[in-house]
Each structure stands twice: as structure tokens, then as C-alpha cells.
Design a protein. Structure first.
Length: 232
């Protein structure tokens, strides 16, 4: 009886000895699986980041190309147009289009738009950039003369007058009207984005202006993504 008891105890110890190495091997295998999964996920993430970077660079490269094309079109033009080299916005003083404190286009304003707008839209809509552009924005700006709401209304009405002419039967190139309608936005900014002269002083004359801008698809998201990627 005593011998049988010791035999059972000895057999139990042998069984436990077989169990623990097997359990350790199982944990090791599970750990290795997690390590392999982690490595695979990191590799996939690395490829995704590189692809995202290429996509961002492609989209941002489009802006550079558009600005180059706009410069080529308007650098030798007789039109008094300024091109923002960072954003691609085309800027011109509202004195070309309107009398002081008025929102009705002058006769020479119609002529200016008939010459300027078809060339501008030809670059954006027919230069291979159409699929990248989500918005074309006509933006009115006023100076600090008068209150904020008064200038908000004035700047909005001026931007609307420009858009109204471009989309009217009087416009010189009606072929651009339909594609433009899909992208056009009209804004008034009052005096919130004033400009300064060469000496850094506030300029009433330069602040009174109309800008033509374009926005690329998902531009803000892509720019934020690029900042996050570069930060890491």
C-alpha cells in the first residue's frame, strides 16, 4: 500500500513535469505569433505611410505646377494682376472694376473680366488640373473705411457682381460657364484681411481688392497629414 502511494505521487510529479514544459512552449509560440503580427503590421504601415507621402507630394506638386502655369500666362500680360507665389491666388485692385464704395461693375470692369477670366479658367479647367480642383473662389475684400458689417456687405456684393457677369449672357466666353458652376464659391471678407505697403504700413488702396483663388481636393486634410508625418 505504501509503495503504491509513492508510485502514484512519483507518477503525478512526472505528469506535472511534462505539463509545464508544454505550457511554456505554448506561451512561446503565442508570443512569437504576436511578434510576427506586429512586424507585419509595421511593414504594412510603413508602406502605407510611404504611399501617403507620395500622394501628398503629388497633390502639393499640382499647386506648384498651377502657379508656374499662371505665371507663364500672366507675367507678360497687360492686365494689372498680382500672383501670390505661395497660394496661387490672383489679386487685383477693385479700382479696376468698381467706383469707390460701389458694387456695380464699371464698363472697363466688364472688359477686364472678359479678358482675364477665360485665360485664368483655361489654365485651371483645361490645363489638366480639373480633377484636382474642388473650388474656384471669387473673394471680395474692403478697407477699414466704415464698419465691419457695412464692408462685409460691400465685399460680398462686389464678389457677387463679378460672378454674376461671368455667368451672364454678356460674358465673352460662355463655354467656361457650365464647368465653372460646379466649382464656384463667392465670398466677402469685409476688412478682416487687410494688406500693407512696402514699408509695412496698412494700405487702404491695396486692401480694396478682388481675389480669384482655387482650392485643391482634400488639401487641408493632406496638409495636416503631412505635418503629422513630418512630426514623426
Amino acid at each position: 500500500m505504501i509503495n503504491n502511494k509513492y508510485k502514484r505521487l512519483f507518477k503525478g510529479e512526472q505528469d506535472e513535469g511534462h505539463f509545464w514544459p508544454s505550457f511554456t512552449d505554448l506561451l512561446t509560440a503565442i508570443l512569437l505569433c504576436f511578434v510576427l503580427i506586429f512586424i507585419v503590421m509595421m511593414v504594412i504601415k510603413s508602406f502605407q505611410i510611404e504611399e501617403m507621402k507620395r500622394t501628398i507630394d503629388q497633390i502639393m506638386g499640382v499647386r506648384v505646377n498651377i502657379i508656374e502655369d499662371l505665371n507663364e500666362e500672366f507675367s507678360d500680360s497687360s492686365l494689372a494682376v498680382e500672383i501670390d507665389e505661395n497660394t496661387g491666388a490672383l489679386i487685383f485692385n477693385t479700382d479696376i472694376l468698381f467706383e469707390f464704395d460701389e458694387a456695380e461693375l464699371k464698363p472697363e470692369g466688364f472688359e477686364f473680366l472678359d479678358e482675364f477670366v477665360p485665360t485664368y479658367l483655361e489654365v485651371l479647367l483645361e490645363g489638366g488640373y480639373d480633377e484636382y480642383i474642388s473650388e474656384i473662389i471669387i473673394e471680395g475684400h474692403a478697407d477699414r473705411t466704415g464698419g465691419y458689417l457695412y464692408n462685409l456687405e460691400l465685399s460680398q456684393e462686389r464678389a457677387f457682381s463679378v460672378a454674376e457677369h461671368i455667368l451672364s449672357d454678356r460674358f465673352s466666353d460662355p463655354t467656361v460657364q457650365e464647368p465653372l458652376k460646379e466649382k464656384l464659391t463667392v465670398n466677402g471678407r469685409s476688412y478682416t484681411d487687410g494688406r500693407t505697403d512696402e514699408e509695412g504700413n496698412y494700405s487702404h488702396e491695396d486692401s480694396r481688392r478682388v481675389e480669384f483663388k482655387f482650392r485643391l481636393r482634400d488639401e487641408e486634410i493632406l496638409e495636416k497629414t503631412r505635418e503629422l508625418l513630418e512630426g514623426h
